[in-house]
Design a protein around this ligand. Structure first.
Ligand code: ZN
Length: 328
């Protein structure tokens, strides 16, 4: 749940018709800590790999329409730790996820109760690097109730939290999200506050939380403005993501913004922190991230199967190659 239609402004936006030159960042490695790959195609995986994305985090979110039963949640969580991780590996990208009850569906309390019962079965699985994305959407009482319960779950499990901040009344919702996290005894360095903008960045940084930004194409948080934020606030505890999903979004937002930062004179050190290292430091507190895995996953073998299924389709020859992921 990230690309709300409420972000309809178009100033200083990323213009998709002007291709960003990725030459300047060739050889750099990127970590996208918020991208919904289940909604994306294999072309996206290939393009991300080619642009230097070596690892990503897929937060659990909603489907764009309400789920009608608990089994839909169960299958979705299973796919995040199963098939989607496998699919990503087949394109040379290490896949992690965060698991949680999203804020919109927290408002269906009958279902939310059942989700809370199954969450503990998933959060300790391999590759789960946090509880997320959770927090406020409409800032209702039910959203608050399940946000609090999931903060407790994260605290007990020793896992980082990935907070979705609301698109409407963002400043108040962001402050409230942080206040409640503190109230539950979470350390700010275990909490990533996402979807920040110029209105929220100072307070989130000042309070010691990880401060994440989503680069939305054609909307107000475009990459031009992200460059200005890094110029003003530096690179400490700041990270960027694409939040790409089934809506209009760009899975290359992280490398493209890195390229723009480079063009605008931001140092390689700062770019590295904002587009790679800070996310690893934050979500690495789960004990689940090992950078060596990014390297080993490059040994792509598309003949490998996941429960009998492969990413290949009729007649395609598997590529078993360290240098290329193009199906031959
Ligand atoms: Zn999202």
């Amino acid at each position: 749940m990230c690309c709300s239609s409420n972000d309809g402004e178009n100033r200083n936006s990323t213009d998709a018709s002007t291709p960003v030159d990725l030459e300047g960042i060739k050889g750099m490695r990127f970590f996208d800590p918020h991208v919904h790959m289940t909604s994306r195609t294999t072309d996206d995986y290939q393009a991300m790999y080619d642009a230097g994305v070596v690892a990503l985090i897929e937060p659990a979110f909603w489907l764009g329409q309400p789920r009608t039963g608990i089994d839909s949640f169960r299958d979705y969580y299973s796919s995040l730790i199963g098939w989607e991780r496998f699919r990503s590996s087949q394109f040379g990208i290490k896949h992690y996820c965060t698991i949680g009850l999203n804020s919109r569906e927290a408002n269906n309390e009958t279902l939310a109760e059942q989700v809370m019962e199954i969450l503990p079965l998933f959060i300790m699985k391999e590759g789960v690097v946090g509880i997320g994305e959770i927090g406020f959407d409409d800032q209702t009482a039910a959203e608050e109730k399940y946000y609090r319960q999931q903060l407790e779950l994260a605290k007990d499990a020793g896992l980082p939290v990935q907070i979705h901040t609301p698109h409407r009344d963002k400043k108040r919702g962001t402050r409230r999200s942080m206040d409640i996290a503190i109230e539950h005894g979470l350390s700010p360095d275990m909490v990533v506050v996402d979807h920040n903008n110029e209105e929220t960045v100072k307070e989130v940084l000042d309070r010691g939380f990880w401060t994440a930004f989503t680069i939305y194409p054609f909307t107000k948080m475009g990459n031009e403005r992200m460059v200005e934020i890094v110029k003003q606030y530096g690179s400490e505890r700041i990270m960027i993501n694409s939040a790409a999903d089934w809506g209009i979004s760009d899975p290359l937002a992280v490398p493209k913004t890195a390229a723009l930062m480079k063009q605008r004179g931001i140092s390689n050190h700062d770019i590295h922190l904002v587009t790679y290292q800070n996310a690893i430091t934050a979500f690495g507190k789960s004990g689940q991230i090992n950078e060596e895995d990014f390297v080993s996953i490059k040994n792509i073998d598309q003949s490998v199967k996941f429960e009998g299924n492969t990413v290949l389709r009729g007649g395609q020859q598997p590529r078993i190659d360290k240098a290329s992921i193009i199906i031959s």
